[in-house]
Design a protein around this ligand. Structure first.
Ligand code: AHR
Length: 490
């Protein structure tokens, strides 16, 4: 039996709700069809935003949404997406599928969506092909309350009040699709662009600089030498199994591909630790947040779909990746202040898939809904013993956990069993606490299980009762391939 200790006396960092954040790019069917169908659509919508998706995301407690990219951000010219829709510029989305972008979803529509969702907007500016003036004017357009050319233009377009904008990214992947820059060149460019990202009135912008790709620790080192100019530094890391060829399929995979997927996902612990160590050298007080603003699984696109649309299905394997990753982020919440899974609807590891008027909630959706209980709570010290497995030349644990406490003392713990086959018995102890009650919820199934259109969900959360209270905690059997959330009252 494995031992699991939760220590309520060891209160650690706050788990920012933004760790449960999301990302929506003008890519494939994420924005168009997935979120926005237009006011004239037969699909029920409010001001063009589809009601089924908005309602599901509100239930999942989406805290923050990043937009408009991704690689698209560094080709996006925001003035193309304002004003009368009929006269907005039509262009080619060169990065993603070569389709026509009609700019019917722009700044006003993005803020409308965030207002409907009740989440923070996170806007990503264009450094790669944009100008300092363009970025400066966008921020003025969105946030200036007074008389100025951009505020007047916003008013003319129907919005009198400025919006509240907290998060602003200065470029995306500028080491790659955002301009192929060296770290030093980007660091200098960043300093220049950010000077003109101004705080107007009460609005305070949390500036986010483009950070590293996965294990590029040198990029972080160079950027951190300039860290007084930003509040957040991004990090992108995708899980790609690639055992046989390409990235592997979303639905068909063998035991080896499953294990490699989990090992690669778990690697984010090491990656975040190493970037944090570099950040600690320059910023020991942890003022700057590490913003993992793109993460998730990336497989080959579903056969028969546009290769540039990055559409993939989503199984219990993805739920395990989501659960273990979110537990890891919770444990690093002293430095990780935001994370955004890629992407919200119909692209890569999506919580939601749509097909015309139909909608599917994926296993990943249910994990986000379960873990929402951690939002804004305080991380607790938690320690679990576990078996280890080997794949991709590394060891990864069978059990990965995190625990947090609410102001009223209620403890939430999420435990993930990464094994495809082996259940695990755990003896949970809550230090110095007489446990009064425990409630639990589970998401489990075969690793290949998935939800699809035109059938009842195969994967969904259920009450979990396979545990027994003891004097100072409880014992439980965590089934194979499962995510369990315990709610513990002392
Ligand atoms: O999420 C898909 C793409 O992955 C994004 O546009 C880019 O930033 C990353 O390479």
């Amino acid at each position: 039996m494995e031992k699991y200790l939760i220590n309520p006396n060891e209160k650690k960092s706050k788990i920012n709700k933004e760790i449960y954040g999301h990302f929506s790019e003008h890519l494939g069917r994420c924005i168009y069809e997935g979120l926005y169908v237009g006011e004239d659509s037969a699909i029920p919508n409010v001001n063009g935003m589809r009601c089924d998706v908005v309602n599901a995301l509100k239930e999942m407690r989406i805290p923050v949404l990043r937009w408009p990219g991704g690689c698209f951000a560094d080709e996006y010219h925001w003035k193309d997406g304002i004003g009368e829709k009929a006269t907005r510029k039509k262009m080619i989305n060169t990065h993603w599928g070569g389709v026509v972008e009609d700019n019917s979803f722009g700044t006003h529509e993005f803020f409308e969506l965030c207002e409907q969702l009740g989440c923070e907007p996170y806007v990503n500016g264009n450094v790669g092909s944009g100008t300092v003036q363009e970025m400066n004017e966008w921020v003025e357009y969105m946030t200036f309350d007074g008389t100025s050319p951009m505020a007047e233009l916003r008013k003319k377009n129907g919005r009198a009040e400025p919006w509240r904008l907290k998060f602003f990214g200065v470029g995306n992947e500028n080491w790659g699709c955002g301009g192929n820059m060296t770290p030093q060149f980007y660091a200098d460019t960043y300093r220049r662009f950010q000077t003109y990202v101004r705080n107007y009135g009460e609005n305070r912008i949390y500036k986010i600089a483009c950070g590293a790709n996965a294990e590029d620790y040198g990029w972080t080192d160079v950027l951190m030498q300039n860290c007084r100019h930003f509040s957040g530094l991004s990090l992108h890391y995708y899980t790609t199994p690639a055992v046989y060829k390409w990235r592997g399929k979303a639905l068909e995979f063998d035991d080896k591909e499953y294990a490699v997927t989990i090992a690669k996902a778990q690697k984010i612990d090491e990656i975040v630790t190493r970037h944090s160590e570099i950040m600690n050298r320059y910023d020991p007080k942890k003022r700057v947040g590490l913003m993992v603003d793109e993460w998730g699984t990336w497989y080959d696109v579903e056969e028969g779909t546009n290769p540039g649309f990055l559409y993939q299905q989503n199984t219990m394997r993805d739920a395990i990746v989501a659960g273990l990753t979110l537990n890891i982020f919770n444990k690093h919440s002293d430095r990780v202040r935001m994370a955004n899974i890629a992407q919200l609807v119909n692209v890569l590891q999506s919580p939601i898939l749509t097909d015309g008027e139909k909608m599917v909630l994926t296993p990943t959706y249910y994990v986000f809904k379960m873990f929402a209980a951690h939002q804004e709570q305080t991380l607790l010290g938690s320690y679990i013993t576990t078996k280890y497995y080997e794949a991709d030349d590394r060891e990864y644990p069978q059990l990965i956990e995190s625990a947090s406490v609410a102001e009223d003392g209620t403890i939430t713990s999420t435990v993930v069993n990464t094994s495809m086959e082996e259940a695990s018995e755990i003896k949970v102890q809550i230090a110095d606490t007489l446990v009064q009650s425990v409630k639990a919820e589970i998401l489990t199934g075969d690793a290949h299980d998935y939800n699809d259109f035109d059938r009842d969900p195969v994967v969904k959360t259920a009450e979990f009762t396979d545990f027994t209270l003891t004097a100072d905690g409880f014992t439980a059997t965590i089934p194979a391939c499962a995510v369990v959330r315990f709610t513990i009252c002392g």
